[in-house]
Write a protein that binds this ligand. Sequence first.
Ligand code: EPZ
Length: 420
Amino acid sequence: MRKIIINGGRPLKGEVAVSGAKNSVVALIPAIILADDVVTLDGVPAISDVESLIDIMTLMGASVDHDGETLTIDPRGVKDIPMPYGKINSLRASYYFYGGLLGRFGQAVVGLPGGCDLGPRPIDLHLKAFEAMGASISYEGEAMRLSTKGQPLKGAHIYMDTVSVGATINTMIAASRAKGRTVIENAAREPEIIDVATLLNNMGAHIRGAGTDIITIEGVEKLHGTRHQVIPDRIEAGSYIAIAAAIGEGIKVTNVLYEHLESFISKLEEMGVRMTVDEDSIFVEKQDKLKAVSIKTSPYPGFATDLQQPITPLLLKAEGRGNIRDTIYEKRINHVAELARMGAHISVLGSQIIYDGPNDLTGAAVKATDLRAGAALVTAGLMAKGTTEISNIEFILRGYSDIIEKLRNLGADIKIIEGD
Ligand code: EPZ
């Protein structure tokens, strides 16, 4: 089992470039099933979720060429073969294959999705949308069969009871080639939704309103090929900005869209973090005194649930008491016990996390319990005195491309070893 080893306490300096957005590319790839021609994606991050999706697409019959950050996919050989398990269970985003296969073939037999343990992660809203569009649902062992029984998928008026990124995107994908108009009300507004809509529209779809809470899709018969640049990963960007504020002595984070991080940056400014924001980069100066703040996550454009864990080590450096409430995943707290092992004064109290600072962290053997918890432990390890050993690092490698190289370029003493 591989581990990350960090000798902490070293000041970091220099420049780090953010890669393409994981939560966009994991939807863009299955969406390409809808095309009747070749689609090329640029700015694809080097993360294991992309590798898993390439394996699944290839198994289904697509031909895929992966060259650095460029992914060229010809979906014309894709068959609607059952995909009951295997890589499908390795990531939550495999649910996008329901939308892609249903949109193209009117049928999908796909295993139930996997993903990080953040507490219950139902897909009822996805299924409610597919049923509204005429698909029936049955279960076959580990897999779920969605089928329109030979009828075309039809447009529908769908109200999302909960704001859901996945259900919004999945419905948009399936509706792109449905017969008629689909309206999604109470849609999620994340930038990744706009990115998927941009790809689909450039393939010939008619989607309006992506990024607002009402999205309208006029279904079309065919979708053609295109070339698309994946948007920067706002969660990776926020993770590096937190590292820069926690242990940096002047770090420039590049390939950042400020407008994707406004609530995050405003919280850092409230703490007293000094930053210079340019068009596509943020320079973070060395920090001395920081003020403890409280954080409540909410759907975009609110404070992202995916950033409450990566910002926590920085919060631990601040003076005073603060709390964190994740209104999207209340159980997204598994990093707290690991940080406490490093000497942090942090604990879970009911549905919130309470912390008291400032804290001097000490290196320890800790384990990543999910992707963003892992990012928090890397940051804590960089801040801590002594050596930190992080296990279960496959979680981290799912969402942070070239993280070891990027941090070493900033001066970090970090490496991956083959553990026992
Ligand atoms: C996406 O997950 C992201 N993953 C998550 O990022 C992110 O935390 C989440 O959106 C919220 O922003 C990907 O995009 C691959 P949701 P998703 O549907 O789509 C409930 C990371 O770290 N819900 O927006 O699965 C759900 O339980 C990952 O990169 C239903 O009740 O999240 C949650 O409480 C972790 N029924 C809320 O909605 C459904 O059918 C928001 O979930 C679907 C969701």
